[in-house]
Design a protein around this ligand. Structure first.
Ligand SMILES: N[C@@H](CCC[C@H](N)C(=O)O)C(=O)O
Length: 305
């Protein structure tokens, strides 16, 4: 990144700490500065020991096409196209700022429409899912992405740590997801197998990994290993991906409740326009200021009242 975009010495950014069902975010406001958050700063902010601590960082920037541009980073500093839960947080934040219920948020995956349905609930239109192997993306062509053979993961690990979960559904909802259908989502040791599945060679851009347990036509229990962030309390785009994949394979209805460790999300894959609508709560944690060195590194942060 060019130094021109760096902050002058002593500069600071406003931030908000928010979460959606425990999936937590640092939302940094760069709308009125030329400074731009990069992966290294996002990684430093996400650090739960040395930084503020979060699953993802969202940097708010100006946009010509929408109310703002939201750049999203995982805790490991990788930049991503979509994050359902932070989109709901930003919708509530914008409503709090300007009193408007509806907003448009531009992301690397396109412009999404969001509605703050109350001071702590929001609904986001995540757009239409993509099913083509190249859109996921996968490393090689497959005919049917609703049922893909994933193959053994863990190669390179100790022999007894190579595991094979067989078939999964894959879908892109602004970011790539792989869904395994399991009898008991709690019984899977996702902390152990998540890292190898995230980096499975079938997924050249890595993948978000879901363990989905279908409880009935309108209820799914879900645990997620997020690409670039690991185990999280909730993942909005995974809830969307799982709903779409369940409906597509006849496992459940298009409108259902996805129960995550952090709580439930209402997901509706609308037949009328193919769009996925996600509704759920958001929580304000605190707000504060981030200090940035002239080279763009994190030098400090503090909560403000
Ligand atoms: N927590 C998010 C998803 C964040 C991005 C994801 N880890 C990826 O790498 O694609 C959500 O609520 O959707």
């Amino acid at each position: 990144m060019s130094n021109v975009l760096r902050a002058p010495a002593g500069d600071h950014l406003r931030y908000w700490k928010m979460n959606g069902l425990g999936n937590d975010f640092v939302i940094a406001d760069t709308r009125s500065t030329s400074f731009r958050v990069d992966g290294a700063l996002a990684r430093a902010l996400s650090d739960r020991d040395e930084g503020i601590g979060c699953d993802q960082v969202a940097a708010l920037e100006p946009s010509d096409r929408a109310d703002l541009f939201m750049r999203i980073f995982n805790a490991d500093g990788s930049e991503v196209g979509a994050c359902g839960n932070v989109s709901r947080c930003v919708a509530v934040l914008l409503a709090d700022e300007n009193g408007l219920e509806h907003c448009m948020i531009e992301t690397a995956s396109g412009v999404i429409a969001a509605t703050a349905t109350s001071t702590d609930t929001a609904s986001v239109d995540m757009g239409a899912p993509k099913f083509g192997w190249i859109d996921i993306p996968l490393a090689h062509p497959v005919d049917d992405t609703s049922e893909v053979f994933i193959g053994p993961a863990g190669a390179g690990a100790a022999e007894d740590d190579v595991f094979d979960l067989g078939l999964a559904s894959v879908v892109n909802v602004g970011n790539p997801h792989c869904v395994f259908w399991v009898d008991d989502a709690e019984a899977i040791d996702l902390a152990r197998i998540g890292p190898a599945l995230e980096q499975h060679p079938l997924f050249p851009e890595r993948v978000n990994v879901s363990m989905a347990q279908v409880n009935g036509p309108d209820s799914i229990t879900l645990r997620v290993w997020e690409r670039g962030a690991g185990l999280t309390r909730a993942c909005g785009t995974a809830a969307c991906a799982v709903t779409v994949a369940a409906a597509r394979t006849g496992r459940a209805k298009r409108h259902l409740t996805v129960n995550l460790p952090g709580g439930p999300l209402d997901i509706h894959w609308r037949a009328s326009d193919d769009h996925i609508i996600m509704t759920g709560p958001v929580e304000w944690e605190h707000r504060g200021e981030i200090d940035i060195s002239p080279m763009g590194a994190l030098t400090g942060f503090r909560e403000v009242a």
